[in-house]
Design a protein around this ligand. Structure first.
Ligand code: SAH
Ligand code: SF4
Length: 348
């Protein structure tokens, strides 16, 4: 198989190109085309001689996954993208223009499924899928950016699609390095279910993204019920790891009616995260036929009460009023639905 240059770090690209391209400025031009412009072909590299483009195309690829479906824009402008790589795996991303600002967010998937198995999550329901490569993660980003002609300085990137990014650490780190060419680390957020070694590894990187941590319950016992990963990485140790993380932290909290949405749960959550200097993103549960029927979205009144209680306990809160709900594409609600049959595709 020919090497996809989007799967290589700049030094590796230099080494690989060395056989074909001699002047260093040409190598720099090619890296610019890739990492700044995100082109999907050698043909598009218009300042390279035609013969060189042909030679490169013989030896390497610069391929992205192919878009197989785009949902029509929802009322808030968000759209879901479905990509494939020809191996049957489906990769989903979401384009989310921000109504209240000039900014645009793209929500990327890091794996074609998820082995963590949180019981409230559709991706978890369908089970493990393979790690996505840097070219597959970058392909989601550049494809959506190009289609909507979003200037670099307006892009926010969130790794909140399918998969657990910290269980695909090396590919994530390589992807971040390329994204940093055009998007500042503070504009990138990696969301995790709480993989402690991954959090510590991210903390050691020279440039670090913001971290979002899916806490979802205010105590160890309840968290274990919906997030089996809690047995491996217990909540007190997770909080300690978050305290070590030298960057901004958002606590995500999926609100389940009658289960973790009472005012006393808000008080317990405030206590749990005291000392983290984190803001909370409350996410009202999104129901799905594949998820346990007891799981329900709280009423708006209950959501407001929960949020008010957090605020009164000194916690900054935002509520994700399910952007993209109309198209069943809320970030974190992705599954890899088979377009042809309408059946959900189980990742292999
Ligand atoms: N694996 C990572 C990132 C992907 S999940 C993580 O768990 O953080 C992204 C977010 O979607 C998580 O905060 C998760 O708690 C949330 N989520 C998953 N299923 C959901 C559902 N049914 N309703 C609301 N939020 C959900
Ligand atoms: Fe995986 Fe995140 Fe879904 Fe849990 S919430 S199953 S970690 S994608």
């Amino acid at each position: 198989m020919t090497t996809n240059l989007y799967d290589l770090a700049p030094e590796q690209i230099e080494a690989a190109l060395g056989e074909v391209v001699s002047p260093p400025f040409r190598v720099r031009q090619i890296i610019e085309w890739l990492h700044e412009r995100g082109v999907g072909s050698f043909e598009a590299m218009s300042n390279l001689p035609k013969e060189l483009r042909a030679q490169l195309a013989e030896r390497f690829t610069v391929a992205f996954p192919e878009v197989v479906e785009r949902t029509p824009p929802a009322a808030d402008g968000s759209r879901k993208y479905l990509f494939t790589r020809g191996d049957g795996n489906r990769i989903e991303s979401v384009y989310m223009p921000m109504p209240t600002s000039e900014r645009t967010s793209v929500c990327l998937s890091s794996q074609a499924g998820c082995a963590v198995g949180c019981t409230f999550c559709v991706t978890g329901f369908f089970g493990a899928g393979r790690n996505l490569t840097p070219s597959e993660m970058l392909g989601q980003f550049f494809t959506i950016q190009h289609e909507h002609a979003v200037p670099h300085e307006r892009m926010n990137v969130v790794f909140m699609g399918m998969g657990e990014p910290l269980l695909n650490f090396e590919n994530l780190a390589a992807t971040l390095d390329v994204l940093y060419t055009t998007v500042a680390p503070k504009r990138i957020t990696v969301s995790t279910s709480g993989i402690i070694p991954g959090i510590d590894a991210l903390a050691k990187l020279e440039r670090r993204p913001n971290l979002a941590i899916s806490i979802n319950a205010p105590d160890q016992k309840r968290r274990s019920e919906i997030m089996p990963i809690t047995a491996k990485y217990p909540l007190p140790e997770l909080i300690a790891a978050l305290k070590r993380y030298p960057g901004a932290i958002t606590v995500e909290y999926v609100l389940l009616a009658g289960w973790n949405d009472a005012p006393h749960d808000a008080v317990a959550l405030a206590r749990l995260i005291r000392g983290l200097r984190a803001k909370v993103n409350a996410i009202p549960f999104n129901a799905d036929p594949n998820l346990p029927p007891w799981m329900k979205r709280p009423t708006d009144a209950a959501i407001d009460h929960f949020v008010d209680t957090l605020v009164r306990n000194g916690v900054a809160v935002t509520v994700r009023r399910s952007k993209g709900r109309e198209i069943a594409a809320a970030c974190g609600q992705l599954r890899g639905k088979d377009v042809a049959t309408g059946r959900a595709a189980r990742p292999r």
